[in-house]
Unconditional design. Structure first.
Length: 415
């Protein structure tokens, strides 16, 4: 097939949106796929792609086995099996006080990814603007580009300052980004890659701006239960938000089942109907026997969820200490799977062996036997310089793996 550089075909726009289309027309794999392949090929410890290396709750795994054994192996209903939709509605009520109608306000999707795709394709028309915080999860730029929209980003800056949390957006920059051209505001909190939890006042400002400019709010809350201090606040719970908000989450992170791809979107019925209209021609349905299993997970007692966050917090601390000892600057995440580390202090020590985080990440297996992901992969080419030395490391791994990775990373300084 011939590749026409201009105008781009839809698939090329998608790849270009995520920065994966090269000038010669070739397409690169995502940074997560590239780094996982590098870890496999080099035998390095994979702290790149965010997936846990231990199984989740046995009740959830057993429920999937039971579902397969009992013959739940055909197409589930388009919006998802009722037991899962009801469990999602119960979950929203129990954790956030959101009363959600399981039959009209809940839609099960193939992971949060499909929920994001169907939502963006349902509402974004060519030329529409979508506002997101940057660095931004790669799917956003790819999907907005596929829809013909324009991604306008508001930077989250690492501002080491005891008075303020890292990675806070400037409210004036947020105000300037949301205009009458904004079709939707995408809010990823807890945030990938930074681990930031956006303050309530930022979320309230998003709601105020969305109301003022009649924009929709789409939230990506896949790390909702992995918050290390305090409780997650869904945007949908804020006054005035529900009617214009689609809240997206997934079972992958909460139950260590990233390969099952069971996600969901909740919101007012007319918006869910719109997302379903697109979703049913993306996958129609997925993961029949995994759906009741995730329902079993959502109904687990509070103690499961708090224990999961506690265990992950301890792993965060372990890797943060390891990275600090190895000479990295560390931004301590408030939630999620990842730590952003600044390799700038090490570049000098290693005598200019790398120019930026991307080069470092490609060389890290050979230099230290560890794989990370450059934060530049979450930023468009023109702003990659701002995050040149930042590397994202996943700490959703066994303690012995994190200890070994930390020990290996100290070798960088010794070189
Ligand atoms: N959003 C964010 C912020 C993520 O980090 C991820 C995956 N780790 C996803 C969406 C995709 O979730 P899923 O695997 O459920 O599609
Ligand atoms: N969300 C995962 C991460 O940030 C990656 C998922 C993927 O490979 N697309 O590491």
């Amino acid at each position: 097939m011939t590749v026409t550089p201009n105008p781009l075909l839809p698939w090329q726009r998608t790849a270009a949106g995520a920065g994966l289309l090269a000038a010669d027309g070739s397409v690169r794999p995502t940074i997560f796929a590239e780094m996982s392949a590098l870890a496999l090929a080099s035998g390095a410890i994979n702290l790149g792609q965010g997936f846990p290396d231990e199984d989740g709750p046995p009740e959830v795994l057993e429920a999937a086995r039971e579902a397969i054994a009992s013959g739940l192996n055909q197409y589930p209903p388009g919006p998802g099996v009722p037991v899962l939709r009801e469990a999602i509605a119960r979950h929203q009520a129990r954790w956030y006080g959101l009363e959600t109608d399981a039959s009209t306000e809940v839609l099960v999707t193939a992971g949060a990814t499909e929920a994001l795709a169907a939502t963006i394709l349902a509402f974004v028309e060519p030329g529409d603007e979508v506002v997101a915080f940057e660095p931004a999860y790669d799917a956003y730029s790819a999907l907005v580009a596929r829809a013909g929209g324009v991604l306008r980003t508001v930077p989250l800056r690492w501002t080491p300052d005891a008075e303020r949390p890292d990675w806070r957006p400037d409210p004036d920059e947020l105000r300037a980004a949301v205009t009458d051209r904004t079709r939707l505001v995408l809010v990823n909190s807890p945030h990938n890659p930074t681990g930031a939890v956006l303050d309530r006042d930022v979320l309230e400002l998003v709601v105020e701006l969305a109301e003022h400019h009649d924009a929709l709010i789409v939230t990506d809350e896949v790390y909702e239960h992995l918050v290390f201090d305090g409780r997650h606040v869904p945007v949908a719970t804020l006054p005035g938000a529900w009617a214009r908000t689609l809240s997206i989450s997934s079972g992958g992170k909460t139950f260590n089942t990233t390969g099952w791809k069971i996600g969901w979107v909740t919101g007012p019925a007319p918006l869910i109907t719109a997302v379903l209209a697109v979703k049913q021609y993306l996958t129609y349905v997925n993961g029949g026997p995994f759906q009741p299993a995730i329902a079993a997970g959502l109904d687990l007692p509070d103690s499961y969820f708090t224990a999961a966050a506690d265990a992950l917090r301890a792993k965060r601390d372990l890797l943060a200490d390891g990275l600090t000892a190895a000479g990295f600057g560390v931004s301590l995440p408030a939630a999620g799977y990842f730590i952003v580390a600044d390799a700038a202090p090490l570049a000098g020590v290693a005598d200019g062996r790398w120019d930026d985080g991307e080069t470092l990440c490609r060389r890290l297996p050979e230099l230290a036997g560890v794989v990370g992901v450059p934060v530049s992969a979450f930023v468009p080419a023109e702003r990659r310089g701002d995050v040149a030395n930042l590397v994202r490391f996943a700490f959703c791994k066994r303690r012995d793996v994190l200890e070994e990775a930390s020990a290996r990373l100290t070798r960088l300084r010794a070189r």
